[in-house]
Design a protein around this ligand. Structure first.
Ligand code: BG6
Length: 490
C-alpha cells in the first residue's frame, strides 16, 4: 500500500452530473479497488454551502451495490461515505482552493497528500478552476492531476483554445481526458483480440474486410439533458469521441509496445490518415413523439430545455474512409442515435465473399448474407461472435449461418468492471493509455468540424423518426451507396 494519501476533489460536487454519476463511480472504485491500494479521500467542492454530513447524505442516495460487492454492502458504503468530505468555495478563488488543500492535509491527520481534481463543471468555468486548483496544489511535488470529461470544445478552434488554456497551468501529462468508452472491457479487449491471436490480424485489411460498422443505439431520449445536448448533438456527443476512439483502436497499425505513448502515436497516425467527413456522407435524424401500447413517448423538442425549432440531430449515420495502404476504399460506417428501438454498442466487421465459393448454389440467392461477420458487442451482454457458414445436419446439402459465440456471461463469472473504475484507477496510477492526448483530440475534431459547420450553416433539417423506431431510412440509402447493409437489422 502506498503510504501517502490520494485525494480526489470533485469540483462541482453539488451539480447534476456529480449527483447522478460521479460519486457512484467513485464509490464502486473505492469500495473495490482503491481501499486496497491507497489511503483515499474524496472531497466535494462547490459554491453551495454544505456540511460533510449533508454531502454524505446527498451521496448516499446515489449509491448502489454492484453484484460482486453485495456482501457487507451497507458496511462498505458507510466506509466509503466516511471518506467523503465537503469544502465550499468559488471556482475562481485561489484562496478557497488553498483552504481546501489545507483541509485535505489535515483530514484524519494524513501527512502528504497527492491531489487530483475531477472537473464536474461546465467548460466555461473549467479554466478558472484549473488555474486556482493547480496553483494551490503545486506544493504536492507536481503530482496534481486533473481529470476532465467532454465536451472538449465544440469544434477544432474551441477545442484548441481549451487545450491552450489548460496548458498554461498544466503539463500534458497532468491532464487526463476521459472518453469512458475506452474504459469498457470489450474496447480494451480489441487490442488483445487483434494482436494476440494469429487468426485475425492477417485478415485485418482491405484485402479481406468489406466494411466495418460502429453502432451505438440507446432506447431512451435526452431525458432532461436536452439543455446540454442541444448545443452539441449526437455527432459531437457520441461519434467524434466514443465511436471514433473505437475506430482508431480497430484500425491502427501495430504499436511498437503497449506503452501509452506508442499506442496513442498509432491512434493519431490512423486518425490523420482519415478523410474529413463530407456532408454527402452523413444522414442526420431527430426523434419525434410516438404512441405505443397506449404510452406516448415524447419528441426531442418536447424537452423543456430544447427550443421548439431545434434542428439538432439525435441520430446520425456517416461513412468514413482511411486513406492508407491497409484500408484504402473500405467504408467505415458509423451510426449513433437516441430514442431507438434498443440499446446497444457494437462493432461489426463484414468480410468479403469467398472467391469462387463452391457452395454458392447451396447458400441461396442472397450471397451477401453468406459472408462472414465478426461482431464485438461492447454492451449490453458483452460478447464476441463470428458468423460462419455451416452445413445444416442432414442428408441434403444446405448451408446456414451459425455463430461461434463467446458470451461473456457464460464464460466468465466475474462481473465486468465499470468503465470508470478502470479509468480512475489508471488516472491515479498515472497510466495514460486510456486517456486522450491533445493531438488525438485535434485529429478527431478535424475530421468532424467541417461537416458540423456545414450542417449548422445550411440549417440541414434532420430526418424525423418515431421514438422507439430503427431510425431514419436515409441511413440505409447511405449504406447502400457503398454497397453495405447494416448488420444489426439482418
Ligand atoms: C455519454 C453521452 O458520453 O455517453 C451520453 O454524453 C450517452 O449521451 C452516454 O448516453 C452513453 O454511455 P454508456 O456508457 O451508458 O453507453
Amino acid at each position: 500500500k502506498d503510504n501517502s494519501t490520494v485525494s480526489i476533489t470533485v469540483v462541482g460536487a453539488s451539480g447534476d452530473l456529480a449527483k447522478r454519476r460521479s460519486f457512484l463511480h467513485f464509490s464502486h472504485f473505492t469500495m473495490k479497488v482503491a481501499s486496497l491500494r491507497f489511503h483515499f479521500t474524496i472531497f466535494g467542492y462547490a459554491r453551495s454551502k454544505m456540511s460533510d454530513a449533508e454531502l454524505r447524505n446527498m451521496v448516499s442516495k446515489t449509491l448502489t451495490c454492484r453484484i460482486d460487492q453485495r456482501e457487507n454492502c451497507g458496511e462498505k458504503m458507510d466506509q466509503f461515505l466516511e471518506r467523503c468530505f465537503f469544502h465550499p468555495g468559488q471556482y475562481d478563488s485561489q484562496e478557497n482552493f488553498l483552504e481546501l488543500g489545507q483541509k485535505a492535509q489535515r483530514t484524519r491527520g494524513w501527512k502528504s497528500c497527492k491531489p487530483s481534481f475531477y472537473l464536474s463543471i461546465p467548460p466555461n468555468i473549467f479554466i478558472d478552476a484549473v488555474k486556482c486548483a493547480s496553483s494551490s496544489a503545486s506544493s504536492a511535488n507536481g503530482w496534481t492531476r486533473v481529470i476532465v470529461e467532454k465536451p472538449f470544445g465544440r469544434d477544432s478552434e474551441s477545442s484548441a483554445a481549451l487545450t491552450r488554456s489548460l496548458k498554461q497551468y498544466l503539463d500534458e501529462d497532468q491532464i487526463f481526458r476521459i472518453d469512458h468508452y475506452l474504459g469498457k472491457e470489450l474496447v480494451e479487449n480489441l487490442s488483445v483480440l487483434r494482436f494476440s491471436n494469429l487468426i485475425f490480424e492477417p485478415l485485418w485489411s482491405r484485402q479481406y474486410i468489406k466494411n466495418v460498422q460502429f453502432i451505438f443505439a440507446e432506447d431512451f431520449g435526452t431525458e432532461g439533458r436536452g439543455g446540454y445536448f442541444d448545443n452539441y448533438g449526437i455527432i459531437r456527443d457520441i461519434m467524434q469521441n466514443h465511436l471514433l476512439q473505437i475506430l482508431a483502436l480497430f484500425a491502427m497499425e501495430t504499436p511498437v509496445s503497449l506503452d501509452a505513448e506508442d499506442i496513442r502515436n498509432e491512434k493519431v497516425k490512423v486518425l490523420r490518415s482519415m478523410r474529413p467527413l463530407r456532408l454527402d456522407d452523413v444522414v442526420t435524424g431527430q426523434y419525434k413523439s410516438h404512441t405505443r401500447g397506449g404510452v406516448k413517448y415524447p419528441a426531442y423538442t418536447d424537452d423543456k430545455t430544447v427550443p421548439n425549432d431545434s434542428l439538432t440531430p439525435t441520430f446520425a449515420a456517416a461513412a468514413l474512409f482511411i486513406d492508407n495502404a491497409r484500408w484504402d476504399g473500405v467504408p467505415f460506417l458509423m451510426k449513433a442515435g437516441k430514442a431507438l428501438h434498443d440499446r446497444r454498442a457494437e462493432i461489426r466487421v463484414q468480410f468479403r465473399h469467398v472467391p469462387g465459393n463452391l457452395y454458392n448454389k447451396n447458400i441461396g440467392t442472397d450471397l451477401d448474407l453468406a459472408t462472414n461477420e465478426l461482431v464485438i458487442r461492447v454492451q449490453p451482454d458483452e460478447a464476441i461472435y463470428l458468423k460462419i457458414n455451416n452445413k445444416v445436419p442432414g442428408l441434403g446439402m444446405r448451408l446456414d449461418r451459425s455463430n461461434l459465440n463467446l458470451l461473456y456471461a457464460a464464460r466468465y463469472s466475474k462481473e465486468i468492471p465499470d468503465a470508470y473504475e478502470r479509468l480512475l484507477l489508471d488516472a491515479i496510477e498515472g497510466e495514460r493509455r486510456l486517456f486522450i492526448r491533445s493531438d488525438e483530440l485535434d485529429a478527431a475534431w478535424s475530421l468532424f468540424t467541417p461537416v458540423l459547420k456545414e450542417l449548422e450553416e445550411k440549417k440541414i433539417v434532420p430526418e424525423y423518426y418515431p421514438y422507439g423506431s430503427r431510425g431514419p431510412v436515409g441511413s440505409h440509402y447511405l449504406a447502400a451507396r457503398y454497397k453495405v447493409r447494416w448488420g444489426d437489422v439482418g
